[in-house]
Design a protein around this ligand. Structure first.
Ligand code: C5P
Length: 229
């Protein structure tokens, strides 16, 4: 997997934002990165890319070695809010429900997780990095000076995702989406490797009754009080 240089710098601050799908972490992470002028790592997009290419090539979604080899050979670029893989724009493809589902299937495989580890760490460059995912604070950036675990009720998370997809003009069925979300959550929480759990030192924020702005202010005030910027 191409796209990184050195393996990141431990002296560069990282804000790790983990949580289940629809907790708002992607939106909050992008806003925090913008406000701080830091880079953004959407780690879920990497699992989605591996899943999308695997589906396209009809690969076995349980074959860790083959998927990891495929992942290692991809050239991935995040530019202007677009995702390009081997020169092709996969921005919309990776957000579809079949890809969401397959992404959590390939994410249980250790070789796949290892194949994208260096790429993720290489994004730790000055002045700082905001990283969102499931294991940013527990595994990938376990030394991050600020770890947030963003949660929300299942219903609210499903509604947010539904609205997000609708706004993008995609055809979605709420019940199917809710079932898919619950299935994906269970797989992410119960897996043996890098499960979705808050790091012991994470600040847990429940966004069920909070607006994005309220969550954003909470995170920024933590950045400020820890003097990370
Ligand atoms: O965050 P997003 O919903 O885009 O992630 C898609 C899937 O990728 C998740 O359901 C999860 O299985 C996997 N993932 C992961 N570790 C991360 C980020 C995402 O296992 N750090």
């Amino acid at each position: 997997m191409n796209g990184g240089g050195e393996n990141g710098r431990a002296d560069v601050p990282v804000v790790a934002i983990d949580g289940p799908s629809g907790s708002g972490k992607g939106t909050v992470a992008a806003l925090v990165a913008e406000r701080l002028g830091w880079a953004l790592l959407d780690s879920g997009a990497l699992y989605r890319i591996v899943a999308a290419v695997a589906l396209e090539r009809n690969m076995d979604l349980t074959d860790g070695a083959a998927l990891a080899a495929m992942a290692a050979g991809l050239e991935i670029r995040f530019e202007d809010e677009r995702v390009r893989v081997d020169g092709r724009d996969l921005t919309e493809t990776i957000r579809t429900e079949p890809v969401s589902r397959a992404s959590s299937q390939v994410a249980v495989l250790i070789p796949v997780r290892e194949a994208i580890l260096d790429l993720q760490r290489s994004m730790r460059q000055p002045p700082g990095l905001v990283a969102d995912g499931r294991d940013m604070g527990t595994v990938v950036f376990a030394d991050a000076p600020l770890k947030i675990f963003l949660d929300a009720s299942t219903r609210v998370r499903a509604e947010r995702r539904y609205n997000q997809l609708k706004n993008k003009g995609l055809d979605v069925n709420f019940r199917a989406l809710l079932a898919n979300l619950e299935e994906r959550d269970a797989r992410d929480r119960d897996r043996a490797v890098s499960p979705l759990v808050p790091a012991p030192d994470a600040l847990i924020i429940d966004s069920t009754d909070l607006t994005i702005e309220e969550v954003l202010e909470k995170v920024l005030s933590e950045v400020e009080s820890r003097q990370l910027n």
